[in-house]
Design a protein. Structure first.
Length: 211
């Protein structure tokens, strides 16, 4: 069986718009006649209904998903947000990226998102800047196997402005010490710098500049 194609949407910081852009690209495929399923969108730090309404999404499983139900739907393209998260599959305690691999092996194309810091090779670079690391990372083989990698780029000063205006996350995340540390001007600039340098190792990068 021919394997599915993986497209990854990433950025140097949360809130840059990678999930929005991912869903938008998926809806473009739907307009072309592709059977698209929005299987999972992370709603822990934002309202997913705004994202869905803006993209006119009708086929949406929710903020958790069933892998067996996804297969039963027989989609051609599946959208999976936050591929580094765990325990979102109601059928088991897998990581999202593990279920993505199963979909790909079944011949289903996948659009997936994650901040770059969650990948095993990039995570230590981010940790050097702020001391904030991630225990459970995504294997770099997913970056290697991706047919396309979209890097959603928004200027650090604009990201800081969005954060200060409270437009990015729910109150719980807006007031967390980690988020405040991540959105310092010098931190954002360094995160962006190391992200672009890290992705130079890949020749399938498409940079999307958000103004």
């Amino acid at each position: 069986m021919k394997k599915g194609k993986l497209t990854i949407f990433t950025s140097y910081t949360p809130g840059a718009g990678k999930s929005f852009f991912m869903v938008s690209k998926a809806m473009e495929q739907k307009e072309k006649g592709v059977k698209v399923l929005i299987a999972f969108l992370n709603g822990r730090h934002r309202k997913t209904d705004v994202l869905l309404e803006a993209n006119d999404v009708s086929d949406f499983h929710g903020e958790r998903y069933s892998l067996s139900a996804i297969f039963d739907s027989k989609p051609e393209l599946v959208v999976m947000d936050e591929m580094g998260m765990q325990n979102i599959n109601i059928d088991g305690h897998t990581f999202v990226y593990e279920d993505i691999e199963k979909l790909l092996q079944a011949g289903i194309d996948v659009y997936a998102s994650s901040n770059l810091k969650r990948f095993e090779g990039a995570n230590p670079l981010f940790k050097q800047i702020t001391g904030i690391g991630i225990k459970k990372t995504i294997p770099d083989r997913f970056l290697d196997m991706a047919e396309k990698i979209y890097f959603v780029d928004r200027a650090p000063e604009l990201m800081q402005k969005d954060f200060e205006e409270g437009t990015l996350f729910s109150d719980k995340y807006m007031h967390s010490k980690i988020m405040k540390k991540n959105f310092r001007p010098e931190t954002l600039k360094e995160y962006r710098r190391i992200s672009l340098e890290y992705l130079e190792n890949y020749n399938n990068i498409h940079i999307i500049v958000r103004k």
